[in-house]
Design a protein around this ligand. Structure first.
Ligand code: ZN
Ligand code: ZN
Ligand code: FE
Length: 765
């Protein structure tokens, strides 16, 4: 008996060598039929003996290509047709676009081996790729994923490449970006006027020589330009910082391989897995003391962000062994999105970069490097972008289409469709016109690749965020503002596929609360529709509002005011807290009369203020700097538990840290070390959070927690809370695939808006 079955495969099945895989599998199991890409996924019809078909479908799921994620969405039994063989058919466009586009994939070992082989026709070719590796999202103009809809369309295949492309037995069979030195993109080295520099060697060899001499070279990568300097050249790194207006924020380093990475940092198994993964994120690692990285790469930090090469060009830069480590940072001025096109790069970067290593394969989608770290043994993405975008996240339930525009910092948007969420590349802080244009680009990108134009828009409650203003200008039917910390907690629930209520611990920088104050140390009884605030850190003042974020001495003064009352000026003077140009009486008046002094319950700001009280720093050059340095100090110290108080106002528990502030100040005067004080502060906050959760749980009986918010990027805080909460009998959800910082906000907003619309819809029935 002969059977014929049609399958619809969905998931990640395009751009990962899935069709050739099906082709080879069908032939191995003596089946006839065809396979083709479609906007809905991949369709295959197979015909043969039923036991062969059974073996075939079993192998499809068991032995699929490394980057594929296969779901059998639907099957149909059909009458046999008796065709002679098995064929790969051309793509067909259908109105229902469901096909997932794959993220960009790091160069695979087979391609690397060819690139190093002198006899290979792609020896030292910077654009080598195959069905298992190479550019994907960043070269896509439209779906379905086919060469003519990518930026490779203008490179007709040469006969050799065409043959590989057509041969089902070849590992470049239907590899859309396939290319070689004869037919593919070429590399060029330009000076800042855009004039080509030619020398005896290849452009990348000349670039290596210039980097060795200390030059800043803008390098066209996968999702945009990087600025590169030799990482052992402190002068070059400092010049880069100066020109980029990025005085202290840590820079990422690229090292040739995992062995090199081990010489610079402590690396555990999970960290190694991340470093060598095809996604190749920047991984935050604990630095080994005494390495030869320039001091100015990550001043004041005990960690360093390291990544391994992920394009053939990166590998070439290390090929001759002249460079040992490269600083590689997104090519942009501070707060602007990463550069994309050659002309744009030269225009925007000619005052930063000395040279430009460019090529003629267009980048169509901007995509910054992803950032990951391992906390309590498990990976956590701190920035979800290149290598991961636009891989959809599976959700526990289905939603109507929603577009969520995120917050103001670390912008990222999210589109919900059915039971999936697609998160955009990292956009950055929405402070500049360029970043704002990039937000618009990302809306188009998500709507285009999902072919979905949601009528429901979610945004932050804060009316001044650019994202909120953009939402109000859109022509959608429904705009749903969502409270910032509600969104944080639901984002954590959503990625963990949890729908039952949790007690959410939102430990964060700042977000507008429903009482008009600035929240950020919140204990929220949360479900996907709404939340109830059951506890928070006691309010303190932020003298000067946003200025306090850049000048933590202001917050420190306000904390002293709250802890010591009118007598705060004495400890402030002894701590030499206030800058010369801001006398204590002036600040006192400001605080006393509450002029431009919003109230906040933010743990992030408490970290800043305590860092300033402990003499770490009174000013920061990027958000979170003081807190990060406080964490680095705490790692070297030994802490004790400091006092705090929990009181109740109505139904709300208040965590009062004034006793802790008084104790910290006493200890400073007694000469306690910064490291020990920092450790005590972390330890006390962890104990107090656990205590608060316990008190609230004894009333609500909810033992499941969700941890979210920017403060949980702090390793000591997250690992400490996980251990202490688990000891107290709680189960705590944490982030893994979605950032715990504001990059994760859009997912939470989308799920909340989607849930509310779903509920409204069901009420009508
Ligand atoms: Zn490859
Ligand atoms: Zn070719
Ligand atoms: Fe936040």
């Amino acid at each position: 008996m002969i059977q014929r079955i049609r399958y619809l495969f969905t998931g990640i099945v395009q751009g990962v060598g899935f069709r050739p895989f099906i082709y080879r599998l069908a032939r191995r199991h003596v089946l006839v039929g065809w396979v083709r890409n479609d906007s809905a996924g991949v369709y295959a019809e197979v015909e043969g003996i039923p036991s062969h078909i059974a073996d075939f479908i079993c192998d499809v799921t068991k032995t699929s290509p490394p980057m594929a994620e296969v779901h059998v969405a639907q099957t149909w039994e059909l009458p046999p047709r008796g065709e002679p063989g098995f064929a790969i058919l051309g793509s067909e466009r259908s109105p229902a676009r469901k096909a997932a586009i794959t993220p960009d994939i790091a160069t695979c070992d087979n391609c690397l081996a060819e690139m190093k082989n002198v006899a290979d026709r792609r020896h030292h070719y910077p654009f080598i790729n195959c069905t298992n590796c190479g550019p994907r999202l960043t070269i896509i103009r439209d779906i379905p994923y086919d060469r003519q809809r990518t930026s490779m369309a203008c490179f007709p295949l040469c006969p050799d490449c065409q043959q590989e492309f057509d041969d089902p037995a070849n590992r470049r069979f239907h590899a859309q970006p396939n290319a070689c030195p004869t037919c593919g993109p070429v590399l060029r080295l330009l000076d800042r006027q855009g004039q080509e520099i030619t020398s005896g060697g290849a452009p990348w060899q000349e670039a290596v020589r210039l980097l060795q001499e200390g030059a800043i070279v803008a390098i066209k990568g996968l999702g945009g330009f990087h600025l590169a300097v030799a990482a052992d050249n402190d002068h070059a790194v400092q010049t880069l910082r100066l020109r980029k207006h990025r005085p202290e924020k840590p820079l990422a380093v690229m090292l040739p391989d995992i062995e090199a990475a081990r010489r610079y940092a402590h690396i555990n198994t999970e960290e190694e897995r991340l470093l060598v993964s095809p996604q190749r994120p920047i991984v935050l690692l604990r630095q080994r003391p005494g390495n030869d990285l320039a001091h100015s790469i990550a001043p004041g930090m005990d960690t360093v962000g390291i990544m391994l090469p992920y394009t053939p060009l990166h590998h070439l830069l290390f090929a001759d062994g002249f460079l040992t480590a490269l600083v590689l940072t997104s090519a942009n001025r501070s707060d602007e999105p990463i550069c994309l096109a050659n002309r744009e790069a030269i225009q925007r970067l000619h005052s930063i970069a000395d040279y430009f290593l460019v090529h003629n394969r267009d980048i169509l989608v901007r995509c910054d490097d992803s950032i990951a770290a391992v906390y309590a043994g498990e990976a956590m993405l701190l920035r979800r972008s290149r290598g991961l975008t636009p891989k959809p996240l599976p959700l526990a339930t289905s939603f109507p289409p929603v577009l969520a525009l995120g917050a103001q910092m670390k912008g990222q948007i999210c589109l919900l469709r059915h039971d999936e969420a697609v998160i955009s590349p990292h956009i950055g802080d929405l402070e500049t016109p360029l970043a704002r244009d990039f937000l618009r680009e990302n809306i188009d990108l998500l709507e285009n690749i999902t072919e979905c134009h949601p009528d429901i828009i979610a945004c932050d409650l804060h009316p001044d965020y650019y994202s909120s203003q953009a939402a109000s200008r859109m022509t959608a039917n429904t705009i749903i503002p969502v409270q910032h910390h509600h969104a944080h907690i639901v984002s954590c629930m959503a990625e963990n596929q949890v729908t039952d209520p949790v007690l959410g611990l939102a430990m964060d920088g700042t977000g507008l609360g429903t009482d008009g104050r600035i929240w950020g140390g919140e204990f929220l009884l949360t479900d996907m529709l709404s939340f109830q605030r059951l506890g928070h850190f006691r309010y303190f003042l932020l003298p000067g509002g946003d200025q306090a974020i850049r000048q933590p001495w202001r917050t420190a003064a306000a904390l002293l005011f709250s802890a010591f009352g009118a007598a705060w000026q004495d400890p402030a003077r002894r701590l030499s807290l206030l800058p010369m140009d801001f006398p204590a009486p002036a600040l006192h008046q400001m605080i006393e009369r509450r002029v431009n002094c919003p109230e906040t319950s933010s743990l992030g700001r408490l970290f800043d203020g305590v860092a300033a009280i402990l003499g770490l720093r009174g000013r920061v050059s990027f958000e979170g700097q003081a807190a990060m340095e406080l964490e680095a100090s705490a790692g070297k110290g030994k802490g004790v538990n400091l006092p705090y108080e929990i009181t109740k106002e109505g139904t709300v528990f208040i965590l009062d840290c004034r006793p802790m502030i008084r104790a910290l100040v006493d200890h400073v005067f007694l000469g306690a070390s910064l490291a020990d004080q920092a450790a005590s502060f972390h330890q006390t906050i962890i104990a107090a959070i656990t205590d608060m959760a316990g008190k609230i749980a004894s009333e609500t009986n909810i033992r499941r927690l969700a941890l979210s918010g920017g403060c949980f990027q702090n390793r000591i805080l997250l690992e400490g809370c996980l251990a202490s909460l688990s000891k107290a009998g709680f189960t705590a959800l944490r982030h893994r695939r979605v950032p715990t910082n504001d990059g994760g906000i859009a997912l939470g907003q989308a799920v909340i808006a989607g849930s509310r619309m779903k509920k409204e819809g069901s009420d009508e029935i």
